[in-house]
Design a protein. Sequence first.
Length: 323
Amino acid sequence: MTPTAKRLLAPLALCLATATAHAQTAWPSQPLKFVVSQSAGGSIDIAARLIGQKLGEALGKAVVIDNRAGANGMIAGEAVARANDGHTFLMTSPSALTINQHIYKKVPYETLRDFAPVTQTTSISFLLVVNTTSPYKSVADLISAAKAKPGSVRFASAGIGNQSQLAAELLADAAGVNMLHVPYKGEAPAINDLLGGQVDFIFGTMPALLAQVKAGKLRALAVGQPQRSAAAPDIPSMAETSYPGVAVSGWTGLVAPAGTPPAVLKRLQEEIAKVLAMPDVRETLSKAGADPVGSSPEQFTAFIRSETIKWGVAVKRAGITPE
């Protein structure tokens, strides 16, 4: 290339470099969308709305919550896996990312191929609850009824293969009883039918259930973990029942479509970590039975791998075969 040509091209190169740098630092250039794999009112939705509001304020762009419940998170997951605008993300739970592959023969995405993990947002306690009009005052009462009349005790879940089903199936397996599974499209409709008396119990997430327990509309029989929860210290743990081996906890997390620039993932994780460190956010989550996390993309990737193995074992133990 001649000296003259170099002089002519130098300004163009500078402009391109400036434009590229600006494009990298201009994110976000439009409102963000959090596609939530659950109906409004569930634990994932609660975390998404709390984080989304604060995140929008920090970024100067609104965070739109798009609830797409159904198919155990696969409807939302497929929609985000196909997104390529750099502003659409999936807020979801273990079911969509680590359980479905053990439950269904056909899943419209492969978690670590089609998604780029951003951060685990929360760790969530589980509660076993019944309606306050229920005759069951303890886990022992529930199991006794199931033993007396197999199939008569009905439990709700947020969907086939959801953690809420697996938790109840693990309890049934530990107790040696047969209970009837009634799946719903998300926690909120399942809880509504529990309140209405159409089902007998749900082993679901504390953020979605604790307010109803405190309002006196639901009765909590146990926390699904070895120790009592600071958010509900009066509720016995599963370790205090006859089934200490039934330990269930959940989480929420954010993933992006594969191919999302690493700089975007890093910025988003850092901003969410700041949100989760805010005292009012931590207090709100803690009172609901969720602990803020804010892990790095690398840490969340490793966590997803370990959770996939764990829930594969749980699915086999519960005797659930792929459909």
